[in-house]
Design a protein. Structure first.
Length: 318
């Protein structure tokens, strides 16, 4: 052994010992380090339960409720993370028309009466409807907390009557392998006579002549649709009308087409300055809608009827 080697080994030993202690400290800090988790699992369940009890409450309101209940202050972002961990996500509620018990009973009875209709039967129906499109965009969007795939549960539906102001009303009809032109309803009230002159004679009568005796015309229960003059016009033209349950736009496949049209217009780069530009955008996008989209909507009638029966006349996810 060289002179002084024992001293060097002793120093090296002590040096390694200090490094080992340092390594132990680091490992211990990693194992139990970091910020103390807040809130606790039981408090997480309280946060999720609070959102489920009132699905229209905001994350900040849940945080305020948590503070009042537990005395702990948490941020809005923490609440949002805990809700996502509990399977709740902020989504827009589905907006549907209010349904009374009488409405649900009538819808259920109608679906049972048409349960045996096949796709070939529905292919002879011209589904028509009016829709309103607003010039300004919808910037006041209320969100709710819901689980994935639960949009049409009753607690996640917002029932709301129509219609918005500053809007344009249009009419159209769809069926398998065909659709009408988009008719813009000019200013004024749609009366029974206007309905005859602007809709039935120039549009519906043409489809009756093309399809033949099996042709069936569907329209809703608007007052102008149910006048004696309108019924006389349908009888004189040999047009069979499909009886329709009240407050049932979700059963009408053209509603999905309106939604597709609205998305196309919203994604179009056009100056939203006046109604004329909106009309041009609507008519242009209507003409470009693929017929396969309309056919798929009509072919869904069999499934819509079965779904409404399953839900006892309630809102269906269409």
């Amino acid at each position: 052994m060289l002179p002084g080697s024992s001293t060097s080994l002793t120093a090296l030993f002590h040096g390694c010992g200090s490094h080992l202690k340092l390594l132990e400290c680091v490992c211990s800090r990693r194992q139990g380090g970091g910020r103390i988790r807040s809130p606790t699992p039981s408090e997480d369940r309280y946060i999720v339960l609070s959102a489920k009890r009132n699905r229209r409450t905001t994350a900040q309101q849940v945080a305020n409720q948590f503070l009042a209940a537990s005395g702990k202050q948490i941020s809005r972002k923490t609440v949002a993370r805990r809700l996502r961990g509990g399977g709740l996500y902020a989504r827009r509620p589905v907006v549907c028309l209010p349904l009374t018990r009488q409405h649900r009973t009538a819808r259920l009875q109608w679906c049972r009466e048409h349960r045996n209709w096949t796709e070939q039967d529905w292919a002879c129906v011209l589904f028509s409807d009016v829709s309103r499109f607003s010039l300004p965009s919808d910037c006041r969007r209320q969100l709710i907390w819901r689980e994935s795939g639960t949009a049409y549960r009753p607690e996640n539906i917002q029932e709301k009557d129509r219609y918005p102001t500053c809007s344009i009303m249009v009419w159209a009809g769809i069926m398998i392998n065909g659709h009408t032109r988009l008719h813009v309803v000019a200013n004024g009230t749609m009366t029974g006579q206007r309905y005859i002159d602007e809709v039935l004679l120039p549009h519906v009568r043409l489809f009756r002549g093309a399809v033949g005796d099996k042709f069936v015309f569907m329209d809703d229960n608007a007052t102008c649709h149910r006048t004696l003059a309108v019924q006389d016009c349908l009888d004189s033209e040999g047009i069979q009308r499909l009886v329709w349950p009240a407050r049932s736009p979700d059963l009408n496949p053209i509603e999905n087409v309106w939604d597709a049209l609205g998305r196309q217009v919203a994604g179009r780069n056009y100056p939203r300055t006046n109604k004329n530009t909106l009309i041009r955008a609507l008519t242009g996008e209507w003409d470009k809608l693929p017929q396969q989209l309309l056919d798929n909507a009509v072919q869904s009638m069999v499934r819509r009827v079965e779904c409404c029966i399953t839900l006892h006349g309630g809102h269906i996810p269409y």
